[in-house]
Design a protein around this ligand. Sequence first.
Ligand SMILES: Cc1ncc(COP(=O)(O)O)c(C=O)c1O
Length: 426
Amino acid sequence: MQPTQRGSQQQMPPTPALVFDVPKLDTFLTRFEQALAEHWPHSVLSYSFKTNSLPWLLSYMRQRGIWAEVVSDTEYELALALGYTPDRIIFNGPIKGRDRLWAAMLQGTVVNLDAKREVEWAAALARQQPETPLAVGLRVNWDVNEYCPGESTSDGADSRFGFSPASGELDAAISTLRDAGIQIAGLHMHRNSLTQSVDVFRAAATVARDLISSRGLELDWVDIGGGFFGAEQGHPTFADYVLAIREVLEEVIDPARTRLVVEPGASLVAVPLEFHASVLDVKQVKDHTFVVTDASRTNIDPLFRRKRPFQYDLETNATHTRPLQTIGGYTCMEDDRLMDIEDEPALEIGDRIVFYKVGGYTMCYQSKFFIEFPPAVYIRTHEEELILVREKPSVSEYLQGQQWIPAGDHINAAANGKSQWLAPHL
Ligand SMILES: Cc1ncc(COP(=O)(O)O)c(C=O)c1O
């Protein structure tokens, strides 16, 4: 189906569909670029792949000169496949594989270690190649609640990431690496927080500052992580964060020599994504109105834990309102309900609902197939043109790479005492 024109001049995609608004995305990218250019020019803006790994988006980031921040071998390989060079990748996370880690260390990737086996593997590489200069960063485990009470996003206050200075594991990692002749070139400070306040980043910088001076570190980078607030207007701005971080770190490092690495995700891509849905049916059950749509909460709140209300627009010719309408999804789960709306136009079949600001941690958690395939994705260009960048998958694409015994062979497989769905080669 082709996009249609409705009401305003803006093109509308057939529903359900996700739409990335490129001008909005550019606004956020430019803001972060400018904040760094003004307050820490010797810096790296990387994008956290996990937040939304739509291939179009990742390619667009690369074209804009933004680096990749990846946390698995698979994400690393995706970055390479999309044309990122190893020296424009930040490699984080505790699940790196040994061979990928070694290749990354040898090819100029910014590597932050986050597991003891990675420290051992790095040391082993240094022993194998004593002439090759090697450098890594270490993720620091620090207690956000100690500095900013109530900010931790985990149930207990403790984070499970990084090496703890308090338990001695950070110093043990430093000694192992130094003994192997590896430079400790960076600290990685990422922590999510509840309010994304500037104070959390000031605290991260403070922990880094104290480690730099107490451990005598000469760093090439401080990676302050992601977790920034990215609103269309108001504070904190990206510049507020960079300035606060700089104020603290300047006490122990020269920003002209040590790079600040940032790895934002949601603050760049949440706002620019819209989700378009249509009303399929309107049902009355006692005094309750249910609006059945071709959207699902699994599309835009896949973990069912969103607390903030959605921002939305209704496109309808309705002439009266209803006191309460429940907007329901297409799945068979009773709790697949997107929102209750009060005193809003009485929706009818064919009306459109547009949900805004749904780009962060939505598409990446969406199942490959639950009743429906994930929706098509469009971009809206600066010229307000809609371009399809990902089709909704087809059944034949879904079946690609799968192995199964065709219908007629079930009986033979059962007779051989094998499960009927064993792959033929097993
Ligand atoms: C190591 C790391 N960097 C960056 C991010 C991006 O965070 P956000 O999307 O909140 O900016 C995350 C997300 O949890 C992360 O774990």
